[in-house]
Design a binder for this molecule. Structure first.
Ligand SMILES: Cc1ncc(COP(=O)(O)O)c(C=O)c1O
Length: 440
């Protein structure tokens, strides 16, 4: 039986749901990264590091809610906090005490955080960060790095995947992109040239490297960037939507010991419910504050609305989660498993004669059939079909992860890691048997 025949045979209920979804939802999916050929699996329930699909299969999970569930699916403290809150008040359309506690926790954990404003997603957080930086500096351009992902709003659609000068989406006006300058990663000279050209409000980047560290940041680069941004009065924005609370309780900025001016957060910050945040230096964050001064409020202040900002449900889940992740032994445990998994997967890959490399840092791993990309990132699009097939082969063998990354949580176990290495070896062997690696 081929991988896809096996996949179809094992997942008849998911196949039926996928067909029904295609009649109701464009393409049948609600996030581009959930696209899987021939169809995705439908999840029925989850607990800790495992989840079960509608056909009754159990998986070790490395999606972990797109990385949001660092303390695992349905952690008892998070479940309790959410259950208590849902019966009390789900949404007030006004202020409530939990949002203060939530912000205090962020401010206590993240080195750059003095004041925090909540959003509903990481996309909103990066959008707001760019607006705040522009208002603060009175300049219009923002530098981003190629291969770095900051969500789906227009301004950050460029410089994400090769070819880097082409937005990842249709429907983005060229005018929006005139204010975005894309520089190669790990190239401080290119950034200096962009700053010298003038009118740069901010630089935004994923501190550990683009797309969750797919192209890792070279040692020293962040320190050089910190010095350069200070020299030019450019706002340094770390997008820690992935790395926040994961690399360390204080995120990648604590891990690499470089403090930015602004930080964007999402995923772990909201404990698996929808949410995000912009945090940073009080002077810059205060661009969002009313001053009881009609002139300031109307013409100079940064406007920010959002019906569900800091809603009590997300606040309750976020508080319970941040209290847990403030204990660094959780990040240390996940990082140790990360080292064991990367090593074990590379050994499995070699035994199965699959090409490429498994690499990564802290509690994230990347699978690349092309090997580790150079310092400037991949120079051509990924071999999409191979990663789809790998994912199906893994789902046939009890593991689920994003097409080419995995997020390890603080509740994964040594047994999970052993089982995952075994599943990958079976998946690689099944792919090699279909000769899909010939010519790679
Ligand atoms: C680094 C980074 N920034 C921003 C975002 C966008 O966050 P959201 O999906 O919550 O809009 C993501 C999402 O994966 C991300 O990885």
């Amino acid at each position: 039986m081929t991988i896809l025949e096996d996949y179809r045979a094992k997942h008849p209920k998911s196949a039926a749901l996928a067909e029904r979804a295609r009649q109701a939802i464009p393409g049948g999916i609600t996030h581009d990264i959930r696209y899987l050929l021939p169809f995705g699996t439908y999840v029925a329930r989850s607990l800790g590091s495992h989840k079960w699909d509608v056909d009754g299969h159990e998986y070790v999970d490395y999606w972990m809610g797109h990385g949001a569930l660092f303390v695992g699916h349905c952690h008892p403290a998070v479940v309790r906090a959410v259950q208590e809150q849902v019966a009390r008040v789900t949404h007030v359309g006004g202020s409530h005490e939990l949002e203060i506690r939530w912000a205090e926790l962020v401010n206590g954990l993240v080195p750059s955080a003095e004041l925090t404003r909540f959003t509903m997603s990481g996309t909103e957080a990066t959008h707001l960060a760019m607006r705040v930086a522009r208002a603060y500096t009175g300049r219009s351009k923002v530098v981003k790095l190629s291969g770095h992902f900051h969500g789906w709003h227009d301004a950050v659609t460029v410089g994400v995947n090769p070819p880097y000068d082409m937005p990842i989406s249709a429907g983005v006006p060229a005018g929006t992109l005139e204010h975005v300058v894309v520089c190669p990663p790990n190239d401080i000279k290119a950034v200096e040239l962009a700053f010298d050209a003038g009118d740069v409000a901010a630089i935004i980047l994923e501190p550990a490297g683009g797309q969750s560290g797919t192209t890792p940041t070279i040692p020293g680069y962040l320190h050089e960037l910190r010095a350069l941004t200070r020299k030019h009065g450019v706002v340094l924005i770390f997008d820690e939507v992935i790395t926040g609370f994961r690399y360390a309780p204080g995120g990648a900025q604590q891990y690499f010991d470089v403090t930015p001016d602004l930080t964007t957060l999402a995923k772990i910050v909201a404990g698996g419910l929808p949410g995000g945040a912009l945090t940073g230096q009080a002077a810059i964050m205060s661009m969002l504050a009313h001053r009881d001064d009609a002139e300031w409020d109307r013409t100079r202040r940064v406007a920010h609305a959002g019906t569900f900002n800091a809603n009590p449900m997300s606040a309750a889940a976020g508080i319970a989660t941040l209290e847990l992740v403030s204990d660094p032994s959780r990040q240390a445990h996940a990082g140790k498993l990360g080292d064991a998994l990367r090593q074990g997967l590379n050994d499995a890959r070699r035994r199965a004669s699959a090409p490429g490399e498994i690499y990564g840092e802290a509690s994230i791993y990347h699978v690349s059939f092309d090997g580790r990309p150079g310092l400037a990132g991949p120079d051509r699009p990924k071999k999409g079909a191979l990663y789809h097939l790998l994912r199906c082969a893994l789902l046939n063998n009890g593991v689920d992860c994003s097409p080419n990354h995995g997020w390890i949580s603080a509740v994964h176990t040594d047994e999970d890691i052993e089982r995952t290495i075994d599943s990958y070896e079976r998946a690689f062997r099944a792919m090699a048997a279909e000769r899909v690696f010939d010519g790679t």
